[in-house]
Design a binder for this molecule. Structure first.
Ligand code: HSE
Length: 381
């Protein structure tokens, strides 16, 4: 199956190389920006791809919502299967693309959009057919995992850790989505849509690691905690919950062993019990391997990851309750109901009384509006 590639960055180059060696697949034209066509296989017009009858599938690895959405529609309208690693595209337009793919009888697959090389969505797609998924989530962003691990084990500060993650090709072109938790949030949205037929909209909450400091990390370590950015999702009575936030885990918890750019995705089936998948969640070849997995899946007849009825739905994060570690200016410590508070000069570090995810995120938003520099993380003992 000849496959055109949209984008020739970190992942695109990997997909091109791997297509040249994969059974039943071959590389087609590669869409690049005008002026960048420095080899015969590179084209700068989508028209050249959709009008080429020998191209049966299109793999989009360029990122962003536009023009990726327009290109996806053009490819499907032309009867070509569409595979993507683009979580922003699927989180924003997945419902529409699912509908169009079904109308045109083509595949719409996006394993690579969540978990890099980890076959998380692929397994969820199979599991939801025979089991009921009680909850799902895990470490879904390689950049922030790499950074938190490097800050803890190598003693790097935040800026050094981010620069390394960018140099290694883990971070998005604009790393704001990684460090703010938005990238992981988009991934948990896709997982919820696969598992529950609900693509979460409105009410989503994401707290990233932008405000973590080397001093915070030293503080966690002195108390036997490791910090990881975790995504969580599951069903509520009226819809789904879905949020991303830093979590402090007791040494010995499975997530503490997830190092560098690795991801650890998990789901719990009513019958299967907990299932954990671990592997590289970012980088050229791990992500390209997931794109190739989808393309091979098309050869075996796979066509969809979202069910026919998948629709956008409400998110309610008020039912999930944790105690939180909060570091904030000492004069604001009284604003949060705490179990315990430690003062260190102008800084206070407190452990809150149990509070809902939505209440904690709202409190942080309100205090930041007053100019407070704070970091918070849920505590899992
Ligand atoms: N920037 C993403 C990450 C790439 O770090 O996980 C893979 O989705």
């Amino acid at each position: 199956m000849k496959t055109a590639i949209l984008g020739f960055g970190t992942v695109g180059v990997g997909v091109y190389e791997m297509l040249g060696k994969a059974r039943g697949l071959e590389p087609g034209p590669v869409l690049v920006r005008p002026g960048k066509e420095d080899a015969p296989f590179k084209v700068s017009s989508m028209e050249a791809i959709v009008s080429d009858p020998s191209v049966e599938a299109v793999a989009e690895v360029m990122g962003g919502i536009e023009p990726a959405f327009r290109y996806a529609c053009q490819a499907m309208e032309a009867g070509k299967h569409f595979v993507t690693s683009n979580k922003a595209l699927v989180a924003a337009k997945g419902v529409e693309l699912n509908r169009l793919a079904r109308e045109k009888g083509v595949a719409f697959l996006f394993s690579a959009a969540c978990g890099g090389g980890v076959p998380f969505l692929h397994n969820l797609t199979l599991a939801r057919e025979s089991d009921s998924i009680l909850s799902l989530g895990g470490i879904l962003n390689g950049t922030t995992n790499y950074m938190l691990d490097a800050m803890q084990r190598l003693g790097l500060d935040y800026a050094e850790a981010l620069a390394d993650a960018q140099r290694l090709g883990y971070a998005e072109a604009d790393p704001t989505a990684d460090v703010s938790g938005l990238d992981a949030l988009r991934k948990i949205m896709l997982a919820c849509a696969v598992a529950y037929d609900v693509l979460p909209a409105e009410g989503l909450l994401n707290e990233g690691i932008e405000s973590v400091t080397a001093a915070d990390v030293r503080h966690f370590r002195s108390r036997g905690y490791t910090c990881r950015l975790l995504a969580s999702g599951g069903r509520t009575e009226s819809g789904v919950y879905s949020y991303v936030e830093p979590v402090l885990l007791r040494d010995g918890a499975a997530e503490c062993s997830v190092l560098q750019n690795y991801n650890m995705a998990r789901y719990e089936g009513r019958n299967s019990g907990p299932i954990v998948l671990m592997g590289q969640g970012a980088g050229r070849y791990p992500t390209a391997s997931a794109v190739l997995r989808d393309l091979s899946g098309i050869l075996r007849g796979e066509r969809a990851m979202f069910s026919e009825s998948c629709a956008r739905g409400r998110v309610d994060n008020s039912g999930s309750v944790h105690c939180y570690y909060v570091r904030l200016p000492a004069d604001l410590a009284g604003e949060i109901a705490a179990e315990s508070t430690e003062y260190e000069g102008e800084v206070a570090r407190l452990v809150t009384k149990p509070m809902s995810v939505s209440a904690m995120h709202e409190t942080a938003r309100r205090l930041r509006e007053q100019g407070a520099a704070l970091f918070f993380a849920a505590i899992r003992d």
